[in-house]
Design a protein around this ligand. Structure first.
Ligand code: BG6
Length: 496
């Protein structure tokens, strides 16, 4: 039986909680995001047994696409991740059978009649109906109207949207208002895919499932925090969008601020959506408005030829950020992100304060090569893991010589299974009705409130050009403070 042959890679995919059978309606389902991220993630969950044959998928697009063409587009994004490719091809056929293809123009009234009859035929309270708007935000309002007039805004319906949710606070508010006309906040899932990354969630486990760090997690013991998200790719085919947005709006407003929130937030009383998001919101509200001297903008050298325009859009940004609260008063958070940089890596580096007194100093003078602070390095991607830099004694006789050593937790070595892609978790969380890893409207707006003045200041400045393949423009942001960037994968005090 073909059914028996269906691949269930339980040995390679982590076991996970069950998810109610759901209908996923992907509006813009033939587009890039759907093909590269959404459907590969759903397929991997199908292989894992979490998505069952009782699920239904509706690919909604303006142009007609056949099941064969869709499959041909999808396969290159799915199969490289799978070990047993032959069996996966069989599973792919079964998976494709779960998809219906619906052609409609979202701007035409009553365009969703056919979709509605299919969805409503199986509708019941326990079967989530998930609308994923994989379209430009300028079409969100029309999509919500179509959903509403087709009576598909059911109590069990959910809406998934992606950034960019506006380009500033006002436009973001306007988009959110449109969504809220049809759905209530508990039905809206705003994706920041960084929150679905394993190590990002692990940051919460590290902080709130262990006792050893919490006592040190404050301005009494932490000297500074650095967050780096560096990419090796340029803007590529997205130049039109990117040139309007720049690194501040494309990356800092969402991913970097979310990482900062998870590092800086207070422990919530419970691990649930509202409590976690309340604490993140408090961090965003504690951000000190950015002032001159606290930012650097850069642009990689070839950028203007790629976007075919004279442009001052930043492809790199570094910020020194302060949080005005008791826990973090006086601790700078240095955050940076850029395209066409030397390495692709996302890392959070917590540098602890130096020892208050050095009992090993010779004649009262500390050998600076031995004067190394403790560091906790959280590697978000790739090569997910944690490293703790400690100081140890160099073995052997001949006096007390100190050297930096490392406690290393490599998640790939520890967990032999494949780490799931962010979209796999996030898409399953929507079906489960768990909003913890999605952004609430007030978080999005608070982030824009911090970003808006920065965007204005950017408009008045000219970015520093940097060579592709470097870590961005050299700057004085840290050196003025007597510090330096800890580059991912750099040989920093013995780190490799
Ligand atoms: C997206 C940005 O949100 O995140 C892109 O729009 C960026 O510009 C991407 O390349 C980075 O995501 P990841 O998961 O590759 O780090």
């Amino acid at each position: 039986m073909i059914e028996e042959k269906k691949l269930r890679e339980s040995e390679t995919l982590p076991l996970s909680a069950s998810v109610p059978a759901s209908d996923y309606v992907i509006i813009g389902g033939t587009g890039d995001l759907s093909i590269r991220k959404i459907f590969p993630a759903l397929f991997l969950r199908y292989l894992a047994g979490q998505v069952t044959d009782d699920f239904r998928f509706f690919v909604v697009g303006r142009r007609k696409i056949s099941a064969e063409d869709f499959r041909a587009k999808l396969e290159p994004h799915c199969l490289p991740n799978i070990k047993s490719k032959g069996d996966a091809a069989i599973s792919m056929s079964l998976f494709i059978d779960l998809i219906s293809f619906i052609e409609l123009d979202i701007n035409k009234p009553n365009a969703m009649e056919k979709l509605a009859s299919l969805v409503l035929a199986k509708a019941n309270q326990d079967r989530p109906v998930i609308f994923y708007l994989s379209i430009a935000s300028s079409l969100f309002s029309a999509a919500c109207q179509r959903i509403s007039e087709a009576n598909l805004a059911l109590p069990q319906s959910r809406l998934v949207v992606e950034k960019p949710l506006g380009h500033d606070r006002i436009s973001s508010q306007a988009i959110n208002d449109e969504l809220l006309k049809v759905f209530n906040e508990t039905q809206i899932y705003r994706i920041d895919h960084y929150l679905g990354k394993e190590t990002v969630q692990n940051l919460m486990a590290l902080r709130f499932a262990n006792v050893i760090f919490e006592a040190l997690w404050n301005n009494g013991h932490i000297d500074n925090v650095q967050i780096t998200v560096s990419e090796t790719v340029g803007v590529g085919s997205r130049s039109q969008y990117y040139d309007q947005y720049g690194a501040v709006r494309d990356m800092v407003q969402n991913h970097l601020l979310q990482l900062l929130c998870l590092v800086a937030m207070e422990p919530p009383a419970r691990f649930n959506a509202d409590q976690v998001r309340n604490e993140k919101l408090r961090v965003l509200q504690a951000l000190r408005p950015i002032a001159q001297g606290n930012f650097v903008f850069g642009q990689y050298q070839d950028y203007t030829s790629e976007v075919a325009a004279q442009s001052h859009t930043e492809t790199y940004v570094a910020l020194r950020v302060w949080l005005d609260n008791w826990r973090w008063a006086g601790v700078p958070f240095y955050i940076r992100t850029g395209k066409k940089m030397k390495t692709r890596a996302s890392e959070i580096v917590i540098t602890f304060k130096k020892r208050p007194h050095d009992i090993f100093a010779k004649n009262g003078v500390t050998d600076s090569s031995q004067d190394i602070p403790n560091r906790l390095i959280i590697r978000v991607q790739p090569d997910e893991g944690l490293r703790l830099l400690l100081t140890s004694k160099e073995p052997g006789p001949g006096g007390m010589r100190l050297f930096p050593s490392e406690l290393n937790l490599d998640f790939h070595e520890t967990f032999s299974e494949r780490l799931p892609d962010a979209y796999e978790r996030l898409l399953m969380d929507v079906a489960r009705g768990n909003q913890t890893l999605f952004m609430r409207v007030d978080e999005v707006l608070a982030a824009w409130e911090f970003i808006d003045p920065l965007v204005k200041m950017r408009a008045d400045s000219i970015p520093i050009l940097y060579r592709a393949g470097t870590m961005g423009p050299s700057d004085e942001l840290l050196s003025k403070d007597g510090r330096f960037w800890i580059d991912p994968k750099d040989e920093v005090h013995g780190f490799s």
